[in-house]
Each structure stands twice: as structure tokens, then as C-alpha cells.
Write a protein that binds this ligand. Structure first.
Ligand code: SF4
Length: 359
């Protein structure tokens, strides 16, 4: 199956179709998915496109958009005796004055896990300690955290909830006047939420959207489908990733997510507060909400983002990593100055590893 989606002859045919309908006016297509960016950059897909077609990475990496304040909270809890459990990508994300990796170097008990279930195991093995799971990610990982909380884990387990929602962020970007002519919607998020959350905004802003898979041909086909809509002056949500995304999504995963979480308005790194684009734990499960359970004290210095000159602009699709004077000099995956360089899904990290100028 994967070989088919990498087939050179099919790619050439789709590229020819793209060239046939691309016209000459500048067209900006944004995606909000680190895995899409990886496929695009690793396979040099931008080089196959006509010059007037720009494919721009938006805020699609959950690690990148987690603001410094939420790292600071985890650090505060760690310094006050909790064991922190989180995904490995979070360790190097800059807080205001430190990172989880720096705290580990100073002796903090911060553990890398692959799922919140491992956090529960740590809590069971350490009944005398509080264990806080720093939960990040979009609709793809939130159901897993919801399942753990709904399963009523041990009392010494709680969640510092940093989950985010994709459709309100797309709405925010479309409303914000970032000059976007089409959206490639994330396939994995859409497996959970289905098609309907995109419909209203598609009509409201008259901007075509295509849900895309992650192979090179998926991306090329999605670009073609967007261009076809632009040419026909239509704006619909199309599903290129039909082999995985069902129109109604995954009802069981959504039920778990909705049972435990509700939308709230919190900061995204580089973008500010996006209305209803974050999740918080419902009051019925307040005993598992680390923010409610612990009195987390924030200093004034805790609320500013770390010293990255261009992350905000990169997350909005307004700058290219090579525009940053720190890129590949001071800032690299071994020494990330900004969040976009930390994760393998971060735009700067991908540009560094594949050496490609983005757009
Ligand atoms: S290269 Fe580093 S400092 Fe510059 S924008 Fe990217 S992450 Fe931020």
C-alpha cells in the first residue's frame, strides 16, 4: 500500500495535473500537521510545484505550540515534590527560564512515558508521591488521556492538561487574515473528529479544505484537489484520506474526550489566546486536574515565552526558518533555542534535518 503512495509515475501524473490548473496567480496553501511537513520536505514536494503555489506549514506541531507557561507549571510541580511524567519531545521545550531536561540535570524526577497509562503505573508504584502527567497533543492524543482519567486512576495521579483542538485554530488563522487560499487538514486528527467540524468555517471563509493522508501522493493529490476547487470557485471539505478517515470520525474516542474535557480559551505559543482551542478537565473530574489540585504559583517572569526571535512568525506561516539568524548556527536539534526546533515535527527541526528552504 505504501509503495503505491510513493509511486513515481503516479506522482508525475498528479504533478502534471497540478501544473495544468495552477494558473499564474500566487496561491498559498497551509497545512497544520508536523507529519505533513515532514513528508513534504523530506520528499522535496515543493520543488515539484509551479512557482506560484506555496505550501506553508502552520501551527501543526503540538510540542511547538505548548507555551512556556505550561512548561513552567510542570517545573513548579516538579520542584515542589511531584514526579512529572510526559512524552520525550517535551523535555527540551523551553520554559521561561528552564526546561524539563535542565531540571532533570539538576536532579528532578521527570520521567519519559509513551502514554498516560505509564503515568498511572508510576503512580501505583509510588503511592507516597504525587505523579503529574503533562498531557499534550491534539484530538489524536486527548482521547487516550480522557480514557485514563475516566478510568478513575489512583488518587496520587493527576493531569496537567495541555491538550489543544485543531478546528478552532484553523478558524482563527482563516479569520486572522493570513492570506490563506486553501487548507490541507490533518489526517490523524480527522480520524477522530471526522469531517463536520471543518464544514462551517469552509463556507464562512470560502476557503477549500482537503483532509490528507501522509504519503507523498496523498499530499500531491490534496494540493490538486484544493487547486481544482479554487479553479471552480468552490469551497468544500473534501476527504482525500478515505482509507482512514470516515465522515463521522471515531465516535468512541470523541465520547471519551467529551466526557472528561471541555473546550477553553488558552494561549498557543506564538499565537496568543485562541478561543475554545484548548481543553480543560471538567469539574466532575476535578480531583485529577493538577491545576485545581495544586496551588501553582507563577512569577511574572514565568509568563513570557522563551527567547526565540521568529517562532511566532513561523507558526503563523509568515516566516521561513532560514529567515532566523539563529537557524543552524546557535539553534539546532541538539541545542533548540525555540520550540519549533525541538520536536521532529517542528518546522525548524524538519528544515534543519532535510536542509530545504521551505517556501
Ligand atoms: S531557528 Fe530556532 S530560534 Fe530561530 S525560529 Fe526556529 S526555533 Fe526559533
Amino acid at each position: 500500500m505504501t509503495d503505491f503512495f510513493n509511486d513515481k509515475g503516479t506522482a508525475q501524473r498528479i504533478v502534471r495535473k497540478i501544473r495544468d490548473i495552477s494558473g499564474s496567480e500566487k496561491i498559498r496553501i497551509m497545512h497544520v500537521c508536523g507529519t505533513h511537513e515532514q513528508t513534504i520536505t523530506k520528499n522535496g514536494l515543493r520543488s515539484l510545484l509551479p512557482e506560484n503555489i506555496e505550501v506553508i506549514p502552520g501551527p501543526g506541531c503540538p510540542v511547538c505550540i505548548t507555551p512556556a507557561t505550561e512548561i513552567n507549571k510542570a517545573i513548579y510541580l516538579s520542584r515542589n515534590g511531584s514526579i512529572i511524567a510526559t512524552y520525550g519531545d517535551m523535555l527540551k521545550v523551553p520554559g521561561s527560564t528552564s526546561s524539563l531536561a535542565e531540571e532533570i540535570a539538576k536532579g528532578a524526577d521527570i520521567r519519559v512515558v509513551y502514554s498516560p497509562i505509564e503515568g498511572v503505573d508510576i503512580a501505583k508504584r509510588n503511592p507516597e508521591k504525587n505523579v503529574v502527567f503533562l498531557g499534550i497533543g491534539f484530538e489524536t492524543t486527548a482521547p487516550m488521556t480522557g480514557q485514563v482519567v475516566a478510568g478513575l486512576p489512583p488518587e496520587n495521579f493527576s493531569v496537567l492538561c495541555s491538550h489543544r483542538l485543531v478546528p478552532p485554530a484553523i478558524d482563527f488563522l482563516l479569520k486572522g487574515g493570513y492570506d490563506i487560499d486553501g487548507f490541507i487538514d490533518p489526517g490523524h486528527v480527522s480520524i477522530i473528529i471526522g469531517i463536520s467540524p471543518y464544514l462551517d468555517m469552509c463556507q464562512k471563509y470560502h476557503v477549500p479544505q482537503v483532509i490528507s493522508g501522509f504519503e507523498p501522493l496523498d499530499i500531491l493529490m490534496s494540493i490538486f484537489m484544493i487547486l481544482r476547487q479554487i479553479k471552480n470557485n468552490t469551497a468544500a471539505v473534501e476527504n482525500e484520506y478515505t482509507r482512514a478517515v470516515k465522515p463521522a470520525g471515531n465516535a468512541i474516542a470523541r465520547k471519551l474526550m467529551n466526557e472528561v474535557f471541555e473546550p477553553c480559551s488558552k494561549e498557543w505559543r506564538g499565537l496568543g489566546v485562541i478561543p475554545d482551542a484548548s481543553l480543560k478537565i471538567r469539574s466532575e473530574y476535578a480531583q485529577y486536574d493538577a491545576e485545581k489540585r495544586f496551588n501553582i504559583e507563577m512569577l511574572e517572569s514565568d509568563v513570557c515565552d522563551a527567547d526565540c526571535p521568529l517562532c511566532a512568525s513561523i507558526l503563523k506561516g509568515l516566516s521561513n526558518p532560514v529567515d532566523c539568524e539563529l537557524f543552524a548556527k546557535v539553534c539546532n536539534p541538539g541545542n533548540p533555542v525555540g520550540a519549533c526546533m525541538v520536536s521532529s515535527e517542528g518546522t525548524c527541526n524538519i528544515a534543519y534535518r532535510y536542509g530545504t528552504i521551505l517556501f
